[in-house]
Design a protein around this ligand. Structure first.
Ligand SMILES: [Zn+2]
Length: 325
């Protein structure tokens, strides 16, 4: 199974609750346990500024690029600005784009800036035959980024950019299943008036972000919800997501619904989270469409727990990838 990853996702943001070394730890764990081989790992290219502009406002990108961030910008983003930070997240956004293109069987070397005729030829050739195919990104899920500002450790909305790139290559319908403990506010806002993209977020209702723009389907769970409540709601919601008949599904498999997370107030166990992953992957597999998995948040008191939860997601994907429906 192909995974997308770069060691450059470890970004120096100083002392911070966001452990940017989790990505390389997940990668190392998967290699050690034999879930992936080094030949399975694809190193991404950074998202181009033109790709980022498919979602983000030119003025915001210019401020990110030049470092002309206002104190409010930095406060909302909750990350210190540095060139390394911007380049690291630009690379991570490229990783989600790459994972999406591979999952959909599209050639990553063909840009979006092609003549119309060539582009539509490529689209119909590439997107004609959908099949279940999982590609995991050991990164991404930056769902709090809005077009004109970054928020909550998310400078660029990688999944939204990847959806826009796929749309430019002929994708008609996509779905986003966001099971991070925090509502996918940026993603919901970006696709609010785009009926081609079904946005589903299930999250802790009384948690960041305060303002939760409406997605296609939002389920706000009460504080302290356990495995059974979470899995019950998930089982009822997924048929509605798949009824949209997406041609590609993005799954944000946040590790922060975990019971020992510092920024989350749900009480899922590791086994509950693993079952959550199985249920999502299986629902997509039964529809036979490409699946892109991004890691999203994870702030367990012990970083080993966050790493184990993310690794389990990829392990489940790998197990289900090769099983017949
Ligand atoms: Zn989160």
């Amino acid at each position: 199974m192909i995974v997308v990853f770069s060691p450059r996702y470890r970004i120096d943001i100083g002392p911070h609750v966001f452990p940017t070394d989790k990505y390389q730890r997940v990668h190392a764990h998967l290699l050690e346990t034999g879930v992936i081989r080094s030949a399975d790992v694809v190193e991404p290219e950074p998202a181009s500024w033109a790709d980022l502009a498919l979602v983000h406002a030119a003025e915001y990108l210019e401020r990110m690029r030049s470092g002309a961030m206002s104190p409010e910008d930095v406060q909302q983003l909750e990350l210190p600005w540095s060139r390394e930070m911007v380049e690291g997240f630009r690379l991570m956004t490229g990783g989600t784009i790459q994972a999406a293109l591979i999952a959909c069987g599209l050639d990553p070397d063909v840009g979006t800036q092609r003549p119309q005729s060539a582009q539509s030829q490529q689209s119909s050739a590439g997107l004609a035959g959908f099949a279940f195919n999982v590609v995991c990104h050991i990164g991404g899920g930056l769902h709090h980024a809005f077009p004109n500002h970054g928020e909550g450790f998310c400078p660029f909305n990688d999944v939204a950019v990847a959806v826009r790139v796929l749309q430019a290559r002929g994708l008609e319908r996509a779905a986003i299943v966001d099971l991070d403990v925090h509502h996918g506010n940026g993603t919901a806002f970006i696709f609010e008036s785009d009926p081609r993209v079904f946005t589903f977020s299930m999250h802790q209702q009384h948690n960041y972000p305060m303002w939760k723009p409406r997605g296609s389907l939002d389920i706000g769970l009460p504080d302290g919800a356990h495995d059974a409540a979470f899995l019950g709601e998930l089982g009822r919601a997924l048929p509605a997501v798949m009824a949209h008949r997406p041609q590609c599904v993005f799954y944000l498999a946040g590790a922060d619904p975990y019971e020992d997370d510092q920024l989350g107030g749900l009480r899922l166990t590791k086994e509950g989270l693993r079952e959550r992953d199985r249920v999502v992957i299986d629902a997509v597999r039964r529809e036979g469409v490409p699946l892109v998995i991004a890691l999203a948040g994870g702030y367990a008191r012990r970083v080993e727990d966050t790493v184990a939860i993310h690794a389990a997601t990829i392990e489940e994907a790998s197990r289900l990838q090769f099983r017949r429906p």
